[in-house]
Design a protein around this ligand. Structure first.
Ligand code: PEP
Ligand code: MN
Length: 371
């Protein structure tokens, strides 16, 4: 059961305490308190877990500070959207709003390589008014002899350049909990010129200890990729680990499934699951067209497959696009062949706008027809 307190009710206030005292009278019921930052206000939610059958929702709802009670109907209780659950999800980070209505482009390097390439990329983003990027410093590679990323050593100059070009959020994968501390320390040392969204890669979707460590810190939001060989339900349960540890600032990312049925794409593109994830959870949903398609193939209509699937995800309501770009793909140390070129950025943005506008029109049409 999720007990939602009236906005701005402090759990330490007498009204907040009264709810906890009430729950304490029920054997086997364990309350977990979560603070959710809505637009400009703090919302407190109490998750009553354990033996909740003895709780009467109406009785709980009648307590003075309780606004609403939601009966949990999914295993992933915190991130899940339950029956009659109209809570608004999402979060603000470094001045940017992430929710199921927003749309943000995170174009950038798969892996940080040279200072010059990072700077050229960030300058171009800034010229296009784009405040977000992707920059991998810690790369999980199939082959141990492949470039593993510049690691902690590159963080100071990547953050400094991000500050110079007004980049507010960098999506950056972590493969080990010590890297979270390294990123937090480097941000502190640099004076917070930018922000980081920690990325959990598809190979680590079910690395539960990493999820717990990332979920325990609440300073940085998290982008978690769907596991490429597990069910959507399993990936959503993995995502719940983050929220369960206390960090609910999460974006869920679709990036394709590993099966030869997806050939000729690197992965079977799963962006038809965008509306499914929005229905099952409150989370903003990201798509990664680069790691799902994995090439610069172009159709007879002249449109790159990466642009086709991006449009398919956006027309279905995607809230974020994580995509590999590179100013000099021949110099890229990871995934150069799938990178879009900097001079394709304007085209990519124009193509995104067409799909975004179409999604808006489709939503209006649905409103009219749903009465
Ligand atoms: C990435 O985004 O750089 C990446 C490695 O993606 P994935 O975890 O989806 O393979
Ligand atoms: Mn990559």
């Amino acid at each position: 059961m999720i007990i939602i307190l009236r906005p701005d009710t402090d759990i330490a206030s007498p009204e907040g305490k009264a709810v906890l005292d009430f729950l304490a009278t029920r054997p086997g019921v364990m309350p977990q308190v979560h603070s959710v930052t809505g637009t400009g206000r703090i919302l407190t939610e109490i998750y009553a877990v354990g033996d909740t059958d003895s709780l009467d929702p109406q009785e709980v709802a009648s307590l003075p500070s309780v606004e609403r009670v939601v009966r949990v109907s999914r295993d992933y209780r915190i991130i899940g959207r339950h029956a009659d659950d109209d809570r608004v999800g999402g979060f603000d980070y470094n001045g940017i709003r992430f929710d199921q209505q927003s749309l943000h482009l995170f174009a950038g390097l798969c892996a940080v390589d040279s200072r010059d390439n990072v700077e050229t990329m960030m300058r171009a983003l800034n010229e296009h008014g784009l405040p977000c990027t992707r920059m991998g410093a810690f790369k999980p590679r199939t082959n141990p002899y492949s470039f593993q990323g510049h690691g902690t050593e590159c963080l100071p100059w990547v953050f400094e350049l991000a500050g110079k070009y007004d980049i507010k959020v960098i999506a950056m994968e972590v493969t080990h909990d010590t890297q979270v501390d390294d990123i937090l320390t480097a941000l502190d040392d640099a004076g917070h010129p930018t922000g980081v969204m920690l990325q959990i890669g598809t190979r680590n979707t079910q690395n539960f200890e990493l999820l717990k460590a990332v979920g325990r810190q609440t300073e940085l939001p998290v982008l978690i990729k769907r596991g490429f060989g597990i069910t959507l339900e399993e990936s959503l349960n993995a995502t719940e680990y983050l929220a369960r540890e206390g960090n609910g600032n999460i974006v869920f990312c679709l990036r394709g499934m590993k099966t030869n049925l997806g050939d000729p794409h690197r992965n079977f593109v799963d962006f038809s699951h965008v509306p499914a994830v929005k229905h099952l959870t409150h989370l903003p949903v990201c798509i990664d067209p680069s790691h799902s398609v994995g090439s610069r193939n172009r159709g007879p209509d002249g449109i790159l497959d990466i642009m086709h699937v991006t449009a398919q995800g956006i027309i279905a309501g995607a809230n974020m696009v994580l995509v590999d770009f590179h100013p000099r793909p021949e110099q890229a140390l990871v995934d150069g062949p799938q990178a879009l070129h900097l001079d394709e950025l304007s085209w990519f943005l124009d193509d995104m706008s067409i799909a975004h506008e179409a999604h808006g029109k489709r939503t209006q049409l649905a409103k009219q027809n749903n009465g």
